[in-house]
Design a protein around this ligand. Structure first.
Ligand code: ADP
Length: 671
């Protein structure tokens, strides 16, 4: 086993080693890469989470600054200030309410007044007062409505200011309803609603609080279209703060809207505007209810220094109402303190909708949690941090939108690397198999070629020895008899023919290998071609004692290359002679079967095993018989090539010890 490796094998071993080594290195790196990738991705996520937190704080700051900016010119005029505040509220839906206060904490806007002690009683002329009293006497004590109306109308005429006009109008309207003169009543109450909405009576109650319920009594589906704008204008003025709100407003308003709904029952869409106004007014009332006392207390203290700045002279005030989701932005530097109520939840929602996550590799979910959480970065990839000093106790929590981000990534990479490694492995094995196969094939061919050379040498030597021996005998005049001379000469001829056949086969094979074989097809009578081939072997048949049977159809003609086809027949006959040892019988057949020409050469010789039958047509292939018959292993290779060049095929059927039959099948139209 101390055999040295041949250079080719050595190269193959080196190749295999290099392939296996590089494959293993690649596999190792890919496994390493997966875990590196995991760590890197986690780091990247944490970085992005930190950046997102910073961006969020930034946007939050900007948003608040944007809300508080741009009020420098409005500080002295309440109406301008109110408009500016409401404009901001309209632009930002996280502003729940804007407000303006008096310095004692009372509301200017929303225009709410509680129970006030110092109502300024209106002053009426004595003539107005006495006429009005007469009217009331006629209306309530005497139940003389017409006379009452007369008196009230006189009051209207003698009235000198809005305050007495509206009082008279209200009374006229009331009597008109009692008199069922609804058209008049509508006129009077509409006038109060449209022209006197800001006037209150001696108890501080605005007249519209009486006018609207009265009007609703005489409003029906028929006149709703005409009346609705009147109601809408009242509610709009209330919303804008032009009509006082008080503790009764809530009930009064809900009752009014309910009545309107009953009237507009068939067409509720008409009341959309009314309902939205109702919602806003109720919101104002709720705000007042919630923050009234807190705000006035705050302002009584005088200073808001302990609160954080929100930019532009605004302070952030929160948590005093117990509602942790809301905060107030108050500016006390205006002539009247003013500001906004901010809904943090809506504010965060708004910020979340901005393009915060633009340019990030992964998507995140931003959530807001209350209470203090320690920063759990890394844990389940959730990053928690304190939001902003304006929102104490409010945490920002950022987690990847895809919870299985890392798992998916690792899984996807594992698949890719796994499959590539497997493919690499398969390619490596395949490469090794191909190399080994090629080496074996090379080796086999080299052995066949060396066998071929020794076979050819042997094949050449036998006939040449006979030729030179018989020629020499004749030359030395050792042959006396004429008959012997003839026999010697025919032996020399037959042996040289054998030599020629063999050389022809080698030449033909060499042409085949180079692809230079030329064919000259001509219509040929096949029976005479077979007979000619048989006659070539007459000498050997006689010498060896062969029985030759020919069953040939003389009619069959085909377009073949006669030279080459004869070579085929001769090769097959030569083999039949060579491989027949005991029974020496050769049968040749030529017949037509459904357009196919069959040419058969059958012997009763040693036969060929089924396994060998598959190989006998391969170049140089020879079966090692114990009989040790000489040959080159090219005869059948040449036969097959020539037959196939005629578009035909060659088949063999054989049984060991019984004989072989080679059949050539040609198409009748063979070219
Ligand atoms: P060669 O006869 O020179 O060895 P061939 O190509 O003609 O080469 O034949 C290949 C092999 O097929 C032979 O070595 C022989 O073993 C086998 N063979 C061919 N013809 C016959 C036959 N008629 N009977 C038995 N074996 C045959």
């Amino acid at each position: 086993m101390n055999q040295k490796l041949k250079p080719a094998s050595r190269l193959s071993v080196v190749f295999i080693l290099v392939v296996v080594l590089s494959g293993s290195i690649l596999t190792w790196f890919s496994i390493n890469n997966i875990s590196n990738q995991k760590v890197l991705t986690e780091k990247r996520i944490q970085e992005e989470q930190r950046e997102l937190t910073a961006r969020f704080s930034d946007v939050l700051q900007k948003q608040i600054e944007n809300v508080t900016a741009g009020f420098s010119n409005e500080i002295s005029s309440i109406d301008v200030l109110k408009d500016s505040l409401n404009k901001k509220a309209g632009e930002n839906d996280f502003i729940s309410q804007s407000f303006i206060l008096k310095n004692n904490g009372d509301f200017i806007y929303p225009n709410f007044t509680g129970i006030s002690d110092n109502i300024i009683k209106p002053k009426f002329s004595s003539r107005f007062k006495s006429t009005f009293n007469e009217g009331e006497k006629a209306e309530f004590a005497e139940n003389n409505l017409k006379s009452a109306r007369e008196k009230y109308l006189q009051c209207l005429q003698i009235s000198t200011a809005k305050i007495d006009s509206v009082k008279a109008l209200n009374a006229v309207g009331r009597v008109s309803i009692k008199l069922k003169e609804y058209e008049n009543a509508i006129q009077q109450y509409n006038s109060i609603c449209l022209n006197y909405s800001d006037i209150s009576d001696e108890n501080g109650v605005p007249y519209i609080y009486y006018a609207v319920p009265q009007l609703l009594k005489i409003t029906n589906a028929g006149n709703l279209v005409k009346q609705l704008p009147v109601f809408e204008s009242v509610f709009e003025k209330m919303e804008k703060g032009e009509i006082l709100l008080n503790f009764n407003t809530k009930d009064w308003l809900t009752q009014s809207v309910k009545s309107l709904q009953e009237i507009a029952v068939n067409n509720p869409g008409e009341l959309d505007n009314v309902k939205s106004l109702e919602r806003h007014i109720l919101q104002q009332l709720q705000f007042v209810e919630e923050y009234r006392s807190a705000l006035s207390e705050l302002l009584k203290k005088g200073s808001l220094d302990q609160f954080l700045n929100a930019g532009n002279d605004y302070k952030v005030v929160r948590s005093f109402s117990g509602n942790s989701q809301k905060l107030l932005l108050i500016n006390t530097n205006f002539t009247n303190p003013a500001g906004f109520l901010i809904d943090s939840e809506k504010l965060f929602e708004t910020l979340n909708k901005t393009e915060l996550q633009l340019g990030f590799e992964f998507d995140y979910i931003i959530e807001f949690v209350s209470g203090y959480h320690s920063n759990s970065a890394g844990q389940n990839l959730i990053y928690t941090s304190q939001l902003n000093p304006w929102f104490p106790g409010q945490m920002l929590q950022i987690k990847p939108a895809n919870e299985n981000l890392i798992k998916d990534l690792v899984q996807r990479r594992s698949w890719i690397y796994g499959i590539s490694t497997l493919l690499l492995l398969v390619a490596m094995v395949l490469g090794v198999v191909l190399i080994v196969r090629d080496i074996l094939r090379e080796k086999h061919l080299a052995r066949l070629q060396s066998d071929f050379i020794s076979n050819v040498t042997h094949e050449l030597k036998t006939p040449l020895t006979s030729i030179s021996m018989f020629a020499e005998s004749m030359l030395l005049k050792r042959v006396k008899k004429d008959s012997d001379k003839d026999e010697y000469l025919s032996i020399i001829l037959k042996e040289s023919e054998r030599l020629k056949r063999m050389i022809n086969n080698i030449l033909e094979f060499s042409k085949l290998e180079k692809g230079k074989s030329e064919y000259h097809f001509a219509p040929t009578n096949l029976a005479s071609l077979v007979t000619m081939a048989i006659h070539e072997f007459d000498y050997w048949f006689e010498k060896e004692g062969f029985e030759v049977v020919s069953e040939l159809d003389n009619q069959i003609e085909a377009k073949v290359d006669p030279e080459k086809m004869k070579q085929v027949f001769e090769n097959l006959l030569n083999n039949a002679i060579k491989y027949s040892t005991l029974t020496k019988k050769i049968t040749t057949r030529l017949y037509l079967n459904t357009n196919y020409i069959h040419i058969e050469f059958e012997d009763s010789g040693i036969g060929i095993s089924e396994k060998e039958q598959a190989h006998i047509f391969e170049k140089f292939y020879r079966i090692n018989h114990k009989e040790s018959v000489s040959g080159t292993g090219l005869g059948l290779t040449v036969v097959k090539e020539i037959v196939e060049a005629h578009n035909g095929k060659i088949e063999v059927s054989s049984e060991v010890g019984k004989g072989s039959k080679f059949s050539i099948i040609l198409n009748q139209q063979t070219e």
